[in-house]
Design a protein around this ligand. Sequence first.
Ligand SMILES: [Mg+2]
Length: 341
Amino acid sequence: MSSTTTVRKRAATGALVGLALGDALGFPTEFNDVPQIVAKSGPWRHMPLPARAHVSDDTQMTLAVARGLRSAMDRGVLGPLPLERPVREEFVTWYHSPENNRAPGRTCLRACELLDDPERPWQDASQIDSKGCGANMRVAPIGLAPGLSDEQRAGAAQLQAALTHGHPTGLAAADLTAHAVRLLAHGTGPAALIGLLRAYALANRTRYHHAWLGGLWRRAQDPDAEHYIARGWDDCLAALDRLEAAVRDADPEDDPCLATGAGWIAEEALTTGLLCFLLFPDEPVTALRRAACSSGDSDSIACLTGAFAGAWLGADAWPTEWADRVEYGSELVTLGALWDE
Ligand SMILES: [Mg+2]
């Protein structure tokens, strides 16, 4: 698909609105199992968007990444330091915001508290053992911003992850999530997606982005940087294997978390989010409802499903009545329009 087509379908707007809708749909069900959700909201295929369509920390932190990325790109060539400064600032602003009351993750709170000290190198704030999904649920903007080289996109995806989550799987899953969003926005079809993601993971398996990550790997127990990052990609490759089997065998009426995992950890949020998209590639609202009606981290899974479906189908994927009332909707549409130009 040419970039003209990407622009015509408004992939960035579709992905940003989609992730907020998934987040708002899944937020009330994050800590419920499927029978509890059905008791509360009725049959999953008819799950309503709450009247007050509030999003969670997933969308708030996606906006933080998007705003930081935009500031960095407005100032010049995107590199590690130009990206770190504004994104770090946005994370700390989010940390102190009175709106930060949406069941935020512990890793993000702890890391942001440490990032708040401007004297501290970010690598010392990074939670080196955490591979919670908090770093890839917010990475979509990196896959949507136009004009980045492959190296900038990968470095930026991993750096924004590493500011809070230092486990190599957090970095690899964020990079892979941004890559998936990018591929779908540019016309890669659902049938080709898993193969391309696997190829990307294999090609990057021992590539440590020294310029972007500095000495982060030394905080872990690995003998060298390549060994550190390969652990992350190996987790992602194993998760992609399970995804491939699930796309083939899973019953769409079952809880998707039974097939590919509950999504509290980074690689499972990616693959369970992808599974819901791939089960219903042309029914974006059904895909979102499937993701939100799941036993695991429903808001993060549905957030990612919304990003994938929106990148693939564009802004028209979503009912106007939903898009118009989701929280932060107008800021997301403005950002999307900027990147869809
Ligand atoms: Mg959340």
